[in-house]
Design a protein around this ligand. Structure first.
Ligand code: NAP
Length: 267
């Protein structure tokens, strides 16, 4: 079989129980989509694949500070195991590989400088990829799993106000849009690609948009990163844009939020 288009490729999806993995499984309906229980990337495994969409990862940014070996095992050694299959890999990486000192969007040629254990392991995972696409994306949200949108919907229904960080800027990216862009990307040359939603905001601005979109009466109290006091340092600015010709363009994050809320509300 020729690996010429996603339709004829034998596609393996790792981490299909995660929020991006679930979106990829919908977008690549013929794929062999395996959640962690069916494929633990840290253990030896085999699979017949012409393409791997590697969505499995240690994504607990704060938890990685307390267990760097655990994060490294999944994000670095796990990626090495996936690469060893020999098929081209789409590796999903993160805006957290940057230090956040810039005030204009990060492009593919910008120097990296991760500030957290998670960011360092995601960058080391990038370096494991031999053939394929390194997709740096940011602030993912979708209809499953733990993410900012679902957390805000829960808190907004329980409380009159929430305190939300207002000094980190990024581009909240809807997993449905990223999964669609992955179909475009696998027809493009390999290497690093920045693929994130259009527009930018702070977490507090994002929370306001979530409450407005969901019709929730909950006040957002903007606070600083320092006041919030999370264990892992995060970049103050991590908007991503691509400098590569033909890069997939994702809709604005507000459009992603609208689509996600529709999906969460159900038919
Ligand atoms: N979330 C974000 O804001 C964000 C931003 C930029 C980039 N990314 C990257 O995008 C990708 C997808 O992230 P996501 O938001 O979809 O994360 P997610 O919802 O946490 O999904 C990750 C999945 O990987 C699974 N997993 C963990 N360890 C595994 C192992 N050893 N073997 C196989 N599967 C394992 C998890 O299973 P369990 O739940 O059972 O542990 C989970 O289902 C990741 O590479 C992440 O680093 C995420």
């Amino acid at each position: 079989m020729m690996a010429q288009g996603f339709v004829v490729r034998r596609t393996l999806i790792t981490g299909s129980g995660g929020q991006l993995g679930a979106a990829l499984a919908e977008t690549f309906p013929g794929a062999d989509a395996r959640p962690r229980a069916a494929l633990d990337v840290t253990r030896p495994f085999s699979a017949d694949a012409d393409l791997v969409l590697h969505a499995a990862a240690w994504t607990n940014v704060d938890g990685a500070e307390a267990d760097p070996e655990g994060a490294e095992l999944v994000n670095v050694a796990g990626t090495r195991n996936v690469v060893a299959l020999g098929a081209p890999v789409v590796y999903y990486s993160s805006d957290y590989v940057f230090d956040g000192a810039k005030r204009s969007p990060y492009v593919e040629s910008d120097p990296t400088g991760p500030r957290s254990v998670y960011g360092r392991t995601k960058l080391a995972g990038e370096q494991e990829v031999r053939e394929g696409w390194i997709v740096r994306t940011s602030w993912l949200f979708g209809w499953t799993g733990t993410n900012f949108v679902r957390t805000m919907l829960r808190l907004g229904a329980e409380r009159d106000e929430v305190r939300v960080v207002d000094d980190q800027r990024g581009s909240p990216t809807y997993v449905g849009h990223l999964a669609g862009a992955t179909r475009e990307l696998v027809e493009l040359p390999g290497g690093i690609w920045h693929v994130a939603a259009g527009g930018e905001c702070t977490w507090a601005e994002f929370a306001e948009a979530i409450f407005e979109g969901a019709g929730l009466e909950c006040r957002v109290v903007p606070i600083s990163t320092e006041e919030y006091g999370a264990p892992a340092p995060r970049p103050a600015y991590s908007v991503l844009r691509s400098e590569r010709p033909g890069a997939p363009q994702l809709p604005h994050w507000r459009e992603g939020l609208r689509d996600c809320l529709v999906r969460l509300e159900g038919p």
